[in-house]
Design a protein around this ligand. Structure first.
Ligand SMILES: *Cc1c(COP(=O)(O)O)cnc(C)c1O
Length: 380
């Protein structure tokens, strides 16, 4: 069965001896725009590509405003700052995520509060969140929600759309409204993914994307914040550019700022990649369809998009029957020229986060032992 799988994956990526998990594709105007940026000498923080990229990412996602950032982690950190998260606050997130989500929470001096995921979307569970808040949330007279046990403010909730599969973000949004918790979506993996026909990242106060080399579209390193709130967008732009007060020649900085802006060179690359985003997503969905049919026939569980959603299938995933077969599958595929990877170790197991509070994490533990990513690059 593993041999059959390796043969099938190889048939999907012909003429390759080794099949990586996810490769970038630069088959459009990348060279043209990057050369243009070089010729213009505007390679760094100002330039027309940064402005164009911000307009395009806003228009693509349907958000009113977008702020380009140097990477997705910086975008998340900034979103939490402008979203009102403060030192010693708690931020609800899922234990099944890439480390960047929890790192960004930690940069503020806040701590993650882990709530379980759903088995189908692998993202934060609205139902588990509801139960957890009913048991542990205390709404105080200042209008904010505090944790009954630690008395810390629960300042934000950061769900993540795992591998591009949208979680039940509208229900999570309703709960956040009810408890006055800022909803910040870590949409790093889900550019081109929609929930109920609305782009992921646009359901809450703020959303963030990553354009790292392994993501669906990339500019080497890059990220973006999207929001419909003009004041927050302006504040994010200002804080990501060293908190500089606009002036033609004076250096006036009236707050601690960050050098989190995206260079024009990267933005040029990004503009070319954005032109191809729809084609890339359709291409990846076609691969996912082939995988689905194949795995159905050999009775392997392939992770398909949850109901009410359209996923970008950033990284395709299979669910093995137990940890032992997961390990055998990883061994066999990696020994035979097909790169596969297990899902991340749960965040609550890492030494930095082992003392963080959490809900019952049955689903996350179940998936941690069984989920494996398989090659998912755009096929050209
Ligand atoms: C990729 C990723 C990020 C941000 O990554 P950068 O490498 O900083 O761009 C954040 N969260 C998740 C879940 C990611 O997959």
């Amino acid at each position: 069965m593993y041999k059959q799988t390796v043969d099938f994956i190889k048939s999907q990526f012909p003429n390759q001896d080794f099949i990586p998990l996810h490769e970038p594709r630069f088959v459009g105007n990348e060279r043209k725009y990057v050369m243009d940026a070089i010729d213009s000498t505007f390679v760094s923080s100002v330039g027309k590509y940064v402005d164009d990229f911000e307009k395009q990412i806003a228009s693509f996602t349907g958000a009113k405003y977008a702020v380009a950032c140097v990477n997705g982690t910086a975008a998340l950190h900034m979103a939490m700052i402008v979203g009102g998260v403060k030192e010693k606050d708690m931020v609800i997130t899922q234990p099944l995520s890439f480390i960047a989500t929890c790192n960004a929470i930690s940069y503020i001096g806040a701590s993650p509060l882990f709530v379980d995921v759903d088995l189908d979307s692998m993202g934060l569970s609205a139902e588990k969140l509801k139960n957890y808040l009913q048991e542990f949330a205390l709404k105080k007279s200042d209008g904010f929600t505090y944790h009954k046990v630690t008395n810390q403010k629960i300042a934000a909730c950061v769900p993540m759309h795992t591998f591009g599969h949208p979680c039940k973000i509208d229900e999570i949004g309703e709960l956040c409204k009810e408890y006055n918790i800022a909803l910040i979506e870590d949409a790093a993996e889900s550019i081109g993914s929609y929930y109920k026909n609305k782009h992921t990242g646009t359901f809450g106060l703020l959303g963030t994307f990553s354009f790292n080399g392994n993501k669906t579209i990339t500019c080497g390193g890059g990220g973006a914040i999207v929001t419909d709130n003009e004041a927050l967008a302006k504040r994010a732009k200002y804080l990501t550019t060293q908190a500089k007060v606009p002036h033609r020649w004076e250096f006036v900085h009236d707050e601690i700022g960050y050098n989190y802006r995206m260079p024009n060179l990267n933005a040029a690359l990004m503009c070319a990649q954005l032109e191809q985003l729809n084609t890339f997503v359709e291409n990846k969905r076609e691969l996912a369809k082939n995988y689905k049919e194949f795995f159905e026939n050999i009775r392997f569980k392939f992770m398909t998009e949850p109901v009410n959603s359209k996923a970008n299938y950033w990284l395709c995933a299979v669910q093995l029957s137990d940890c032992k077969s997961r390990n055998e599958f990883l061994q066999y595929t990696n020994d035979n020229g097909v790169m596969t990877r297990p899902v991340w170790a749960l965040m609550n197991r890492l030494p930095m986060f082992k003392d963080c509070l959490h809900s019952n994490l049955d689903n996350a533990c179940f998936l941690e032992e069984r989920i494996v990513n398989i090659p998912s690059s755009v096929r050209i």
